[in-house]
Ligand binder design. Structure first.
Ligand code: PHE
Length: 352
């Protein structure tokens, strides 16, 4: 019996040494320490042994079993370590290799200009109001006091989506951000129709015109509209706000001028120019030799427009302005072709 135990131990240890991985070790465990393993059968047979033999054989069997368990634990450690170092080998890193360059994203030049404009007007207390891109003829034109046969209402100039143009509910892509004036005023006025609250907002967004695409005109472009409505607002407020905007946008020493202009929805109307920053006012091709660059259109909100927005023109007044931000960006970066903005050419976009 004792020599049988020696043999069992020897066989088991030999088999253990040839296990190579976790699965092999599991199989070994079943074969050598499992319920029907040879060592277990020795325990089963202890009862049949002579009384005086039993303690000695029992003790030895226990020793063998514990030795096998200990050897198993050790083998497990060895195999685990080997697996780890194999993994380390195969996942080896060369930390001296140069890193891969990280590609930096960047904001579209139009977005950069828009954000600068938002920031400047935010500092002056203007909130951003987002109006819709798809408008009705009524909001885009009629409520803004466009006369029925105004050329802007013709099919050649606007993208009509549905309905006959000049019908109230014909749908079109907004040709300017001004319809947002009516939408915002009506929303403000609805909060207290008898005593509507003052409005001080900018309305940014994409505008669309059905035009020949050239270096100077695109079928889509961004505008930022501004609107302030309240009691006692005058043209002085308009001039002061826009002069301050120009100084914050272009620098404290920029020269500006207002020229009379015409828009159906403002009266009086004006256009604001800034001194050409390419030639400093002397005259060059960028400013068409005038020394001035046109930046925006503006004026006092027309009484009919105030009324359409739910504000009584006898009590309220206001000013509005609208600027094309691609134009501002083109001037600032001397971009010569507006088609670059939507061409998605990385060589252009990466410059900003
Ligand atoms: N909507 C005008 C345009 O597209 C700009 C403008 C806005 C003028 C507000 C006056 C007041 O040219």
């Amino acid at each position: 019996m004792l020599s049988e135990l020696e043999q069992i131990e020897k066989n088991a240890l030999a088999a253990l040494n040839s296990t190579q991985d976790e699965a092999g070790l599991m199989e070994w465990h079943v074969a050598h320490l499992g319920r029907s393993a040879p060592i277990m059968r020795v325990f089963d047979k202890l009862g049949q042994l002579a009384k005086e033999e039993r303690p000695m054989i029992g003790k030895r069997a226990n020793e063998v079993k514990r030795a096998l368990e200990a050897a198993e634990a050790e083998r497990n450690g060895v195999l685990h370590q080997a697996a780890l170092s194999r993994a380390l080998q195969s996942e080896r890193l060369d930390v001296t290799l140069p890193g891969r360059p990280v590609q930096h994203g960047r904001l579209h030049p139009s977005t950069q200009t828009l954000r600068k404009v938002y920031r400047i007007f935010a500092e002056m207390g203007f909130q951003v109001y987002r109006s819709r891109d798809v408008e009705t003829d009524e909001y885009n034109f009629q409520l803004l006091n466009f006369p029925p046969h105004h050329p802007a209402r013709e099919m050649q100039d606007s993208f009509y989506i549905a309905g006959d143009h000049a019908e109230d509910n014909a749908l079109l892509l907004r040709t300017h951000t001004s319809p947002g004036q009516i939408r915002s005023m009506r929303e403000y006025a609805a909060t207290d129709p008898k005593n509507p609250p003052p409005v001080r907002i900018i309305l940014p967004g994409m505008c669309y015109r059905y035009e020949q695409i050239t270096a100077r005109s695109e079928i889509q472009f961004n505008q930022v509209e501004g609107l302030a409505v309240g009691k006692g607002i005058t043209f002085c407020d308009l001039k002061g706000t826009l002069s301050d905007f120009a100084r914050r946008m272009y620098g404290a020493h920029v020269q500006i001028r207002f020229r009379a202009g015409h828009f159906p929805f403002t009266e009086p109307s004006a256009e604001m120019d800034i001194e050409c920053f390419v030639c400093g006012g002397v005259g060059c091709p960028v400013c068409k030799r005038t020394g001035w660059l046109e930046i925006l259109g503006c004026g006092m909100v027309h009484p009919i427009v105030l009324q359409n927005g739910g504000y009584d023109p006898r009590q309220y007044s206001g000013y509005a302005f609208g600027m094309g931000t691609e134009r501002i960006t083109m001037l600032a970066h001397r971009i010569e072709d507006i088609r670059n903005f939507w061409a998605n050419d990385m060589r252009f976009l990466q410059q900003f």
